[in-house]
Design a protein around this ligand. Structure first.
Ligand code: ATP
Length: 241
């Protein structure tokens, strides 16, 4: 569904962030993109949804396509209409608006599309957001804010969501709850997912396939069931001796 072939990305004409990166996020699957700080995970997502230009970044080589079409044919907004939604690092909800206003703002950004059924689905999927729909989003717990970020994505009824570190800043119990939600989005609503994570343990709890990046390249990839047993993955990424 999302295919990235051999991309090179530079920021400010000089800083090379990706060096010949290729990956495939197929329909119906959850794919995890792992790696330490600065490996290039966020850059990969930004390249796919055309957000690099905002930061003076550029794809110098390679191709990215979504559902077979080159992403450079679309603006970031048009990609949302095509079904590709990127939940950016840090959730980016409107903390001074209520839960409901956040969802309405997401709906307004879609200009004219009939999103009423999607809106109902968000509250059906997240009863907690329905209970708190009149509350100011900034007063929600971290886990609830992450649910709201998912809810804002669901308003667009995307076929694929790119998620940038949904576990960031959350307690382990809440992380487990959020990752249950990630799995449900995939199994119940059929959303394909490309998940960027530093926490390999939680990513492996939901993903079908995983890529591990270092220095702007993929250094390892495979089915999660296999990677889990790899001795290097266990000691470097899962913290198991
Ligand atoms: P993190 O988990 O810290 O977000 P990451 O794996 O997502 O790490 P990126 O944020 O993609 O990594 O960064 C990859 C490389 O590109 C790093 O060397 C980083 O310093 C550089 N980089 C990222 N964004 C910019 C930018 N806006 N301007 C210049 N360099 C950048």
């Amino acid at each position: 569904m999302l295919t990235i072939e051999n991309i090179e990305v530079v920021y400010h004409h000089t800083i090379q962030a990706l060096r010949g990166l290729s990956l495939e996020a197929p329909e119906g699957k959850i794919v995890a993109l792992l790696g330490s700080n600065g490996a290039g995970k966020t850059t990969t997502l930004k390249a796919a949804t055309r957000l690099l230009e905002l930061e003076n970044g550029k794809i110098r080589e390679g191709r990215i396509s979504f559902k077979g079409k080159p992403v450079e044919e679309f603006t970031p907004d048009a990609l949302v209409h095509e079904g590709l939604f990127h939940i950016r690092e840090g959730r980016r909800i409107f903390t001074e608006l209520t839960v409901e206003e956040n969802l309405i703002a997401a709906a307004n950004a879609l200009r004219g599309r009939d999103v009423k059924p999607n809106y109902d689905r968000v509250y059906d999927f997240f009863p907690r957001l329905k209970e708190r729909r009149k509350q100011i989003a900034g007063y929600l717990s971290g886990g609830e804010q992450q649910m709201l970020a998912f809810g804002r994505a669901m308003i667009a009824k995307p076929s694929m969501i790119l998620m940038d570190e949904p576990s960031l800043g959350l307690a382990p119990k809440i992380i487990a709850e959020i990752f249950d939600t990630v799995k449900r989005l995939n199994t119940e609503d059929g959303v394909s997912i490309l998940l960027v994570e530093q926490n390999a343990n939680v990513a492996f709890s939901v993903a079908d396939y995983s890529y591990i990046m270092e220095g702007g390249q993929v250094v390892m990839e495979g089915d999660v069931a296999k990677l889990r047993d790899d001795p290097d993955v266990r000691s470097f990424y899962l913290g198991v001796a």
